[in-house]
Structure formats: C-alpha cells, structure tokens
Design a binder for this molecule. Sequence first.
Ligand code: ATP
Length: 258
Amino acid sequence: MTGQRPLLAVTGLKATYSHSITALEGVDLSLAPGEILAILGGNGAGKTTTLKAVSNLLPAERGQVTAGDVHYEGQTTLTRSPADLVRAGLVQVLEGRHCFKSLSVEENLVAGGLGRGSGRSEIAEDLEKVYTWFPRLKQKRRTASGLTSGGEQQMTAIGRALMSRPRLLILDEPSMGLAPIVVQDIFRALRRLNAEEGLSILVAEQNSAIALAYADRAVILENGRTVLEGTARDLRTRGDVRAFYLGQKAAPAIVAAQ
Ligand code: ATP
C-alpha cells in the first residue's frame, strides 16, 4: 500500500442481526484507489455482512453496526443512505445476480443509468462501453433477462452497476453457481475495467483461487474477524492459505519455508 488516503477503510467493524445474532466481531480492511481487494472466507465468515455494512444496507436486513466505522473517500458511510452512496460512486452488485427478469438485457442496463439521473446521450455512451466489456450482452440486448444464462445475468447485473459510473464497485460472490470458463470471463473483464478505467473493486468470494488470481490484495475473514491480510501473490504461495482456502494440500516444503 502507498501512503495515500484509502478510498475505503473499514475499522474494527462489529455487527449483529436483530440485536442478538453476532455476525461481525472485528473486521478491518483498507482499499487504496485503483486497487482490487478480495474478501475471502468460508460460509458465514461475514463477507456479505461486511459488504452490506459498507453500503449501509444492514438496517434493511435488521442488522446493526455496533462498533467501528466505514469510511469512503474519508467520510463515514454509516449515516448516508444507500442511494446517496451510489450517487457518490459506491455501487454494489448484490449476491445472486439480481436482474429484472421480464425486462430485456438492455432495459436492465438502462435502468442502472436512470438511477444516477443520466441523460440520453450519456446512457447511450455508457451502454456502448458496457457492450465493449461484455460483448455477449450486445448479442442478447433484446432478450428478456430471465431467458439468458446465469453468466449473462451476472454480466447484466455488473453492467447495470457500471451504468451508474462507479468509482468503487463492490461485488458479492460473482462466481456463485457459474461455470469456471464464465467465471474467468467475468474476472478478466473486471481486471480490464480496473486496468483501463482505473475502477477500484472490492470483491467477496468463496472461490479463493479465482479471487487471488485477479486481485491485488486480499483479506481473509473467519468468524466475523479479519484473520489475515496480504498481497494476492503472497497469499497464493502461503502453505496454510493454500491448504485452508484454496482446497489444495500444502506442500511440506512451502510450509517449512514459512
Ligand atoms: P456466505 O458466503 O454463506 O454468504 P458470508 O461470509 O457472506 O457467508 P454472512 O452472510 O455475512 O457470511 O453471515 C455472517 C453471520 O451472520 C452468519 O453467522 C450468518 O448466519 C449470520 N447472518 C447473515 N445474514 C443474516 C440475517 N439476515 N439474519 C440473521 N443472521 C444472519
């Protein structure tokens, strides 16, 4: 990390649901402008809760932040409405590739631009850009989203988020339920968006192997806490991370080298 101010900083975050179920017990992470940061961890580790806290979406789920803070561009997000955060460039693609199934792919995309208050020419320009990132969406532009494949629906959900011109794009498990080749396509497009447009990306993934292949850095959550943080390159080669999170046996030589 450089010495510049982080775009996003989560510090000592604790959260509950219904004032009784503890979900987060101390999450810390920091994302520099232009970075791709992955949040890794198994089922129930707290990835989704962290992302929802960042976008101040927890209250809608009877969730409460009980300690800590989230700063986006130096300002807390916890007192701002999710819509205000979207206008400020903090845009989230929720888990489960939400699309309006009866609308066409293009209508779904246009809906993303309207939320931001874009005019006609801006929307046309942004649509062309989304079609450059995801050419499959151009072929399917007139098809009802509900009739497109899971991968195309995920691309539509990401494309809709891009239509609101994010500075920080947040994605919750974009790989979920998709074939490996489609997952590769999606992560490749995200990497290109990052490299060519400078888009900062925060992505939660159970699929650590793919996330570590494309992210710059990662944090690992366990039981609602940050337990490990490092560059993707370092984490990829660490024996314990390989064994626990990549589903690979740690090579004894690597473990011994720790
Ligand atoms: P997954 O990959 O399974 O979504 P996750 O890492 O995203 O896991 P969270 O969904 O953030 O984890 O869950 C953290 C904890 O909070 C878990 O113990 C979970 O059961 C609990 N939890 C999540 N959502 C709710 C909710 N709406 N109401 C009550 N408890 C919840």
